[in-house]
Ligand binder design. Sequence first.
Ligand code: BEZ
Length: 290
Amino acid sequence: MPLNLGDVVPDFSCDSSVGQIHYYDHVGDENWSILCSHPSDFTPACSTELGTLAKLLPQFERRNCKVLALSCDSAESHRKWIKDIDASGYCGKTSSTVSYPILADEERALAVKFGMLDPEEKDEKGQPLTCRAVFIVDDHKKLRATILYPATTGRNFYEILRVVDSLQLTDEYPVATPANWERGEKVCVTPSTPDEVAQVVLGDFSVVKVPSGKKYLRLSKDPGYKTPKVLKRGMVETILGTEYGAKLLPTLGRMVVAFALGFSSSSFASSKKKEKPVHTTTQTSGWKKR
Ligand code: BEZ
């Protein structure tokens, strides 16, 4: 039976690059998890993906999300492959490495259980390889999202972080996140939420006028967004270590050059990017869907 959204994912035990993993114990009761399958060890796109996941591991940890990868080769093979991935440059800073487990699903038992096999891709023995599947599982072990890619398309892990953000936000508030939404951007009020309730829970919202006259496209600010007011010591390093920091680097570079040339910070107003949001994690609004 394929796993459907909302199903509790089965527990399993499996050897891995870091030893035997008992899935439920490994993830714990409070964490989310992502499980990413890979066609095979020592393959190019997979290597870039696992390196990138290592680089982004702090981003997943900030979202209380454990990372697990899976490939149908032995744990010994995974450990040798990790040395290549570490050396590939895709892990980012030298301190980053593939420290999360790569499950060794040699018999393809998990691949079958989770419906990860790609009938189009076979190994040299003619056995089907795993596709690039992503399973996003919440802190109740419920499957919340899946994404399937073919072997020839490497995944975008910023998108997976974005989906985790959306799921965690929409669990807390009666909102849906619009197309291409990123943290801090406007969100949609869910259709089942009356105006009066939206006003209390989300504050002011706007209604987009449409030809039908129906008032279903209501937009409010991101209720999980908290603007950092002061950059304290250490925060710059933290920000630069995030995916947003990488995007901010060109702006910071311009600031350094301009200060060296004696301009005031106001000369940057036009080139400043919108401040990236930080979600509060402690808020509880009573709107939890689960
Ligand atoms: C890759 O990781 O690049 C790959 C793996 C299996 C089939 C095709 C590509």
